[in-house]
Each structure stands twice: as C-alpha cells, then as structure tokens.
Design a protein around this ligand. Structure first.
Ligand SMILES: *Cc1c(COP(=O)(O)O)cnc(C)c1O
Length: 404
C-alpha cells in the first residue's frame, strides 16, 4: 500500500488536559517529582512518561516530534530550535575526529559552510560531490566515511537526489544516509526510499508562516536516544532546544501542510510552464525538460506535486535585482530569503543564501549570477500573478512583448 504521510499526521489524536481539542502547552522548564528515585531514573532516561527539564524533552516538543515522525515514517523524532540545529547535531552525533562525510555539493549554504569550514576543526573531513552521479558518489567513499548527506531536492539548483540509489550505496558501504527533505515535505518520503535519517528546517514549508525557525531529526529510536543522551548526546549537549510555545504553534500549522503543498505545487507548476514557454531558462522538477523529472516522478507521493520552488535565469545580477524590486513594488511577492510562505518569496541565491559558497565553486555547480530562486506562494489567482510577472519582465526588457 502506498505510504500516506498526510493521513499519518491526521490520524494522530492528542487532547488537552481539560479535553481541549489541541494538546495543552507545557509552559514549564522544570518538573516536580513525588519520589526522588523517579527523578534519578528520569535523568538517566529510564522513566517513560516523566519529564525532568525542558532541554531534555517536553510534552509539547514530543507531540510535534511524533507528528513529524508519522509524516516521515520513522520510529520517532526530536525537534530542534532551527534546521541548522538539527543538521549540526546529527552530523556531530554520527561523525567524530578522523571520520569522513560524502555530501552533495549543491546544498543549503549554512550546511555547506558547516561541513567545509567548521567540522574540519574537529577532524571531520567532507568530500563534496555531484549527487546526481552515483559513480562519483561511490568513488568518494573511503574506509573512514560514516555519512552520506544530501537534500532530496537541492538548494538552490533543484537537483534531485536518487534516494533509492544512494540508499543502496549507503547500505553497501555501511554508511548512514541523511536526507534534508526541507524542499519536498509530503512529496518525497526519503525513509520509504531507503534513507536512514531525515532532517528538516521547519522554518520553511512545514511551519509555513515565516514566523519562526525550527528543525527536526527523524530517525529510529536508537539514534534519537543517542542524540538525547545526557552524557554524550549532541542534541542534548549543544542545546538547540525548541521552545514549547513554538512547537505547539508549529504543530497547528503542520495540520494544513497537505493543502498548502498542493497549492504551492499547483501554482509553481503553472508558472514554470508559462515561464518556459516564454523562453526563460526555467528549472522546475515538474517540467519535462528537468534532467531529473522522471526520477522525481518515480519517488514522489502523488498529489503533492513537484513542490513550490523554481528558478529562472534572467542573464545578469542587475536584471535579476531590477526584476525582483519591480515584482515587490507590484506586490507579487517579497524580496526575501527563505521559503514556504503564503506570499511568493524571491532572492538571487549567488549573492544571498548561497554566498557562503566561493564564486568559482558557484560557477562550477551552475549557480549563475542571473539566477532567481522563487518560493511560489499560495496565490488564489495564479493566472493574474503570471500576467503581472510577465508584464514586469517585458517592461525590463527581459522578455519581448508578445501578441497575447
Ligand atoms: C533553511 C534551510 C536549512 C536551515 O534551516 P534553519 O531553520 O534556517 O536553520 C537547511 N536546509 C535547507 C534545505 C534549508 O532550506
């Protein structure tokens, strides 16, 4: 039977302490015990259902973690204060001095900077590879490799990882395949395709209201227990803990994710198709011209579509900047980083979210100056949006006027 991630979220049932339809929020950092012995056991992680201190866990954080584990099909999950809080914790949990990571080279700028500049200080080295070439990935694996890291749909170039193929490599070489699924929640379920661990920045589509940062690590019980171990758990000791008030609010937003993803995908597919027909260099996994269109199709959960992210290349950074300013002036979206908002967000990745990546490497991976990354919003009338965006492009000489 097909995996139904949205059903798994919907089927969860939590009530508040007075029968509220939403679970009560645990507004406490510390918890009392009737017995001193239970306090000791709880500290050691051996007293199920008891809480000690909210950096360790809190009821609200556990509710959200469970819902996200249900979405990804893992045994359990732990939420973190940001996506980077999840990524850094999981990588440091799995790798130590003299160990090695094989990572996609087209990843979120912060993750890239962490692996490139920060983890070498701890003796962890990373090889960055073209994730779409399985032979290149395998060639980079050494006896010291512990982790294979990728994004299911990469930021910002929208390359698609062959998760089944990567999972087979991970299995063969006894590595953990960690997939950042931030760009494709619900659309792609990496665990079902063989991944070991899924991380998300909740900041983006999952929360969807651009009011907070947040993250999650979804995995098996053993991994999550390790991350939360009071003696050597990275999530526990690095302290990237989400606040309970926030996790309660993210949980409420998660319940509409399936509806939002369908609308993001519908709108993005509409615009991508129009932009491509207008002759713009357009990248969207839902377009047949996308090199990994078929691969995405073979991995996706039908109905959530190909996601809300697309890029166009308008030729130069100047043109990209003028277009983004004009679109913002006409209220077609905001010139802002991040993604998953109800409004369309656009930015030029080379000079913003991927600026951690040195220019020569940007060129090598195909990150050009004129690239604009769009996170397409929930616009009720996407045809009107298209007409108005097209008018901006004609006005700036990016497109020639057509006889519409
Ligand atoms: C935003 C983002 C992150 C980092 O998440 P934060 O919540 O900003 O820490 C990681 N990976 C991807 C793909 C992202 O888009």
């Amino acid at each position: 039977m097909a995996f139904k991630p949205a059903n798994n979220i919907q089927d969860l049932q939590y009530f508040g302490e007075f029968g509220g339809v939403n679970p009560s929020i645990s507004d406490s950092s510390t918890y009392t015990f009737l017995s001193a012995k239970t306090m000791f056991d709880t500290f050691e992680g051996n007293a199920d259902g008891c809480y000690l201190y909210s950096r360790h866990s809190s009821p609200s954080n556990l509710y959200l973690g469970e819902a996200l584990a249900a979405m990804e099909g893992t045994e359990t999950a732990t939420v973190t204060a940001s996506g980077m809080g999840a990524i850094t914790a999981v990588l440091l949990q799995l790798c130590g001095a003299s160990e090695h990571v094989v990572s996609s080279r087209t990843i979120y700028g912060g993750t890239y900077a962490f692996l490139k500049n920060f983890t070498p200080r701890m003796g962890i080295e990373t090889s960055f590879v073209d994730i779409t070439k399985l032979d290149a990935v395998e060639a980079a694996i050494t006896p010291k490799t512990k982790v294979l890291f990728c994004e299911s749909v990469s930021n910002p170039l929208l390359e698609v990882a062959d998760i089944r193929g990567l999972a087979a490599l991970a299995k063969k070489h006894n590595l953990k395949l960690v997939v950042d699924n931030t760009f494709s929640p619900l659309s792609i379920s990496p665990i079902k395709l063989g991944a070991d661990i899924v991380v998300h920045s909740l900041t983006k589509f999952i929360n969807g209201s651009s009011d907070t940062v947040g993250g999650v690590i979804c995995g098996n019980q053993e991994l999550i227990d390790d991350l939360r171990n009071v003696n050597d758990g990275a999530a526990m000791l690095l302290g990237s803990t989400m606040d309970s008030l926030r996790s309660a609010s993210v949980l409420k937003n998660l319940r509409t994710l399936h509806i939002r993803m369908q609308q993001h995908s519908y709108n993005a597919a509409y615009l991508a198709d129009k932009f491509e027909k207008d002759g713009l260099k357009t990248v969207y996994p839902g377009l047949r011209s996308h090199p990994s269109h078929k691969l995405f199709k073979s991995m996706m959960n039908d109905k959530y579509g190909y996601g809300g992210m697309l890029t166009i290349d308008v030729g130069s950074l100047d043109k990209a900047n003028s277009l983004m300013e004009l679109m913002q002036e006409r209220n077609l979206g905001y010139l802002a980083v991040s993604l998953g908002f109800y409004k369309t967000l656009f930015s030029a990745p080379g000079s913003s979210t991927s600026s951690e990546i040195p220019e020569d490497e940007q060129v090598e991976m195909g990150l050009s100056d004129g690239l604009i990354r769009f996170s397409i919003g929930l616009d009720a009338d996407i045809e009107r949006t298209y007409q108005m965006m097209n008018a901006c492009m004609v006005e700036l000489g990016i497109l020639e006027a057509t006889m519409a």
